[in-house]
Design a binder for this molecule. Structure first.
Ligand SMILES: [Zn+2]
Length: 64
């Protein structure tokens, strides 16, 4: 059984619940974050931790 539970707070993708398993992470404020966004968010944190002051960023990313 598939039931719509909400949208990803980041990419606004529809999130469904499959037999009790929600296809997203439910955060402390009860907002939903799809796994893709959750992974990229973790990746961002790791990159921030690994960032070295000597590195130059080739391009600036747009903030959405
Ligand atoms: Zn998302």
């Amino acid at each position: 059984m598939k039931e719509w539970v909400g949208k990803c707070q980041n990419c606004r993708k529809d999130i469904y619940c499959n037999d009790g398993f929600i296809e997203a992470l439910v955060q402390d404020d009860h907002s939903l974050l799809c796994f893709e966004c959750a992974e990229s968010d973790n990746d961002k944190h790791l990159r921030t931790l690994a960032a070295s002051p000597n590195q130059t960023s080739p391009s600036s990313s747009a903030q959405g």
